[in-house]
Design a protein around this ligand. Structure first.
Ligand SMILES: O=C(O)CCC(=O)C(=O)O
Length: 284
């Protein structure tokens, strides 16, 4: 596990998102600079922060990473904030095959794009009478897990539904990540049931920081986000959380305490992979 002297102040920006992409980018910029002015050096935006969330919107709002307005704007925000920026997610169009992805872009404090994560588990669910959502109607799933090197140490990135799958977080922790960051947008059905529980589960299983950053709730929008952006510590403890409105939460991530905690309860070295090495071969 990376241990570093450089203090990491995390900010999650729970942004109000509208149908106006330029306005969303401007709103993101205002909040990123505000977080930086409060000392944050690792700043996170929500899933789908530049577009309304819905399969019908993705093709219309999708842009390429090479010359789309969102990447340009996010890069400038990171540079002006002098902070790492985990730029939520945007609908991305890949010009090579015209496929659309739900993609998180990550920038260093010089504004350089240093990583991209395409959501690997698409949100396809049907809870009769409550919520049906099929991202696969217009999106394609990413094909790799994402770990980002920063001055603070390595960070794993996932997007929303990715948090339901324990394996990427465990792989990230075993490969030295001290945190999993999930831009996400749960809803009014699964939010109260699972949003916090999943974050605490990923954190306590892997003794790492976990943070999930949601858009603010807008009851006039087609999709009603749960909100409640949350930061969880390596003991599975909720450090900061919030309601459904636009706002920012902060936490100092302390890698020394995390390392001590991992030493006190040494799960990583106690795992019995001789008993459960390849679970993909176990038939459900
Ligand atoms: O897993 C859930 O309940 C919600 C997931 C979601 O909203 C998403 O992946 O965007």
């Amino acid at each position: 596990m990376a241990n570093t002297a450089k203090p990491c102040k995390l900010a999650l920006i729970q942004l109000a998102v509208s149908a106006d992409k330029d306005a969303n980018l401007a709103n993101a910029r205002t909040h990123v600079l505000e977080a930086a002015s409060k000392g944050a050096n690792l700043i996170v935006l929500p899933e789908c922060f530049n577009s309304p969330y819905g399969t019908g919107y993705f093709p219309e709002y999708a842009e390429t990473l090479a010359d789309g307005p969102s990447v340009k704007s996010l890069s400038a925000m990171a540079k002006d904030a002098k902070a790492y920026l985990i730029g939520g997610s945007i609908p991305e169009r890949d010009p090579t095959d015209e496929k659309i992805y739900n993609t998180c872009t990550v920038y260093n404090p010089e504004g350089k794009l240093i990583a991209t994560h395409r959501k690997v588990h698409l949100f396809d669910i049907d809870v009769p009478g409550k919520i049906r959502f099929q991202e696969s109607e217009t999106l394609t799933a990413g094909r790799q897990l994402t770990h980002v090197d920063t001055d603070f140490g390595k960070i794993g990135v996932g997007i929303c539904y990715d948090i339901r799958f324990p394996e990427p977080a465990m792989i990230a922790a075993r490969q030295g990540c001290f945190a999993m960051i999930y831009p996400g947008a749960f809803n009014l059905t699964t939010g109260p049931l699972h949003w916090e529980l999943l974050q605490r589960a990923r954190a306590v299983d892997n003794q790492m920081y976990v943070a999930a950053c949601s858009p603010a709730r807008d009851l006039k929008a087609a999709y009603h986000a749960w909100g409640h952006s949350t930061i969880v510590g390596p003991a599975g403890n909720v450090i900061e959380t919030m309601d459904e409105n636009q706002g920012i939460i902060y936490a100092d991530l302390d890698l020394k305490t995390m390392a001590e905690f991992r030493q006190n309860i040494p799960l990583t070295t106690q795992r019995r992979f001789d008993l459960y090495a390849d679970i993909s071969k176990v038939k459900p």
